[in-house]
Design a protein around this ligand. Sequence first.
Ligand code: PLP
Length: 404
Amino acid sequence: MSNSSSTTIPDARGHFGPYGGRFVPETLMHPLQELEEEYRRAQKDPAFKREFAYYLREFCGRPTPLYFAERLTRELGGAKIYLKREDLLHTGAHKINNCIGQILLARRMGKTRIIAETGAGQHGVATATVAAMFGLKCVVCMGAVDCERQELNVYRMKMLGAEVVSVKAGQQTLKEAINEAMRDWVTNVRTTHYILGTVYGAHPYPVMVRNFQRVIGDEARRQILEKEERLPDLLIACVGGGSNSMGLFYPFLKDKSVKMVGVEAGGEGIATGKHAARFQGGSLGVLQGTRSYLLQDEFGQVQLTHSVSAGLDYAAVGPEHAWLRDRKRVEYTYATDAQALTAFMKLARLEGIIPALESAHAIAEVMKRAPKLGKDKLIIINLSGRGDKDVSQVAEKVKLEMPK
Ligand SMILES: *Cc1c(COP(=O)(O)O)cnc(C)c1O
């Protein structure tokens, strides 16, 4: 950032102002230090950079296009809209970027086994994929309820050779899956690396995952300068843990003219309490290794969350987002389930692209904003993933019928 005080963000212990840090049992302090040191070494090693770039290009299909959404732009009648096509990556979402980076680190550390958590299964599939690719043993923890809801992804992980552990504690969803993954890591830490799926958890995960994902923004910056010979006016991305949005936003943070909006899951509406919009009614707290904004009750008990999109359905948000929000560098808003479904159908029918329900939240926000902006303005939406995984769920909600 141009502001010199922010060059030390996060500080050496992973604090983004009052957020971030490392809140873990003592047995995990050493592996986190080991990871941090290896990551620092890798960052300075040209061979690591080359290897990372090689697999992103040859295996994942980078760079992804920055695609001009002509019909969506015309329909909304305002700003010119570009889509950053992370949906075209291998395994169908941005998550593979981070998984490639972390599996390369795991190999450098001589680990032979990978553990991961997953909610909807997208991160589990990306992790199982990179583990198969390098021949490492892989265990993915997934809530029992999520296993049932996302059967297809469970089978994908199994086909890729991963063991899927169905976690039956508590709500039987993502939070419990993370607890189980951390428990496994504590037990098997000598052989095992934990591939965490977003810009969350104990230091160094938030900063490391952001740096693996910044390839999205680095490419988008280059591409928009090539196509339009100027920077965009507005960046929009959905925010679950916050990795696809941080990846897009980060390389533009210094550019004061570029506005940024993060879109959380508004579920059935903020007033109903059935949502996952941490910045609408959340508060400062510690959960699963870090301090950030989270949805909790007056006793600090983590609240139940809801979203039509499993990838946004988590009670906490990455610490760097909380920091950027305090500094008013990024604005955070939400889209409801209904708005996301409308946006989902709109993109499918106007552009021939079926988006992930998560990404549809970002499109919903563009539908609100683009018409109010002049035709000379430029918007980039991060299309974080494709919607194949969501097809049956959406078909049910919008009542599409099989031909008779
Ligand atoms: C997991 C996921 C998200 C949410 O995670 P972030 O870390 O906030 O990016 C968004 N979109 C898709 C397609 C996902 O799979």
